[in-house]
Ligand binder design. Structure first.
Ligand SMILES: [Fe+2]
Length: 308
């Protein structure tokens, strides 16, 4: 059985590789761990790369999500993926720090890579810019949300954490409330991706860093309902939306089936559930501005504003 342990890295095709790499190094505070002709590898800490930037797009887009999985015989894993009608390819030496990956695609055509062994990076945190702890989660718009939720849950073994009715799903692979978010939309596109920060004081210093770098804060700081994370959002230089979050709910004990209790919880215990969107989006703070859906006005965008 496929057992996903953590989100490894996300890869984006970008227009201006050098400008984007400078932003992720100097403002976000990632460390450059490798560079090829058209590719820059950037890391938060232990992974060789948390973010991969590749040149070659007119408009930046998400091209790959990689997961660390439990050790498994690659032939067994390939057979399992094929039994779920998923294309599979084993690649060796395709990237630094990870020797072998099993590669497939999700129903929206985004490459999915899985690996069980990696070479830990030798560098420490950069202590520069925002300096996030780790890559937290990736949220995508998708035209067939049920199909892609089925891919991640039945195909890859992720678990349901919460949803907003039947149009926005939060799935976890470990203790963190969500690793993958899936939002019903008119077409497929990354909606945002998130870095985990230490706490609200780290969010505050991140806001100060963005102000100093003249990067406008798009939304937040606020506390979400789903996941109860404190969150703040901004654009990168090519319009990708980055979230910085802290205090995300955790389910330390899957056997209990509820999230670790916290004062901000509405339910006692806080079990996974389908939320009313008005309660789920923000416990405190403003509701999202239209710019949050710059990837394309979603059919559900209007359902996520307070006045509807
Ligand atoms: Fe998020």
């Amino acid at each position: 059985m496929l057992s996903v342990l953590k989100l490894g890295h996300a890869e984006f095709k970008v227009r201006d590789l050098d400008k984007m790499a400078e932003f992720y190094k100097n403002v976000i505070g990632l460390t450059e761990t490798g560079r090829e002709k058209d590719t820059v590898y950037l890391s938060t800490s232990i992974d060789h790369h948390s973010i991969v930037l590749r040149a070659g797009a007119d408009k930046a887009y998400l091209s790959k999500i990689a997961f660390q999985i439990a050790p498994a015989d690659s032939k067994d894993l390939t057979a399992y993926l094929r039994s779920h009608r998923l294309d599979t390819e084993i690649r060796t030496g395709s990237q630094p720090g990870i020797n072998e990956v099993i590669r497939t695609h999700n129903p929206d055509g985004v490459a999915i890579e899985m690996y069980s062994e990696f070479e830990p990076s030798a560098h420490s945190y950069s202590m520069r810019g925002i300096n996030p702890l780790k890559l937290s989660h990736v949220a995508s718009l998708t035209p067939d949300v049920k199909r892609i939720v089925q891919f991640y849950t039945q195909g890859m073994g992720l678990r349901f954490s919460d949803s907003m009715q039947d149009f926005f799903y939060f799935l976890r692979c470990g203790a963190d409330h969500h690793t993958i978010n899936l939002l019903s939309g008119d077409y497929s596109a990354v909606q945002h991706f998130a870095f985990e920060l230490a706490d609200i004081s780290h969010i505050t210093s991140a806001c100060d860093t963005l102000a100093r770098e003249k990067v406008e804060i798009l939304w937040g700081p606020l506390r979400h309902g789903c996941g109860h994370n404190i969150a703040m959002y901004h654009f990168d230089p090519e319009g990708l939306i980055i979230e910085h979050c802290a205090e995300l709910d955790r389910m330390s004990n899957e056997g209990l089936g509820y999230f670790d209790p916290r004062p901000c919880h509405e339910d006692r215990p806080q079990y996974p559930k389908a939320w009313d969107p008005k309660a789920a989006i923000a416990v405190w703070g403003r509701f999202p501005p239209p710019e949050l859906f710059n990837t394309g006005v979603s059919t559900v965008a209007h359902r996520m504003t307070r006045d509807e």
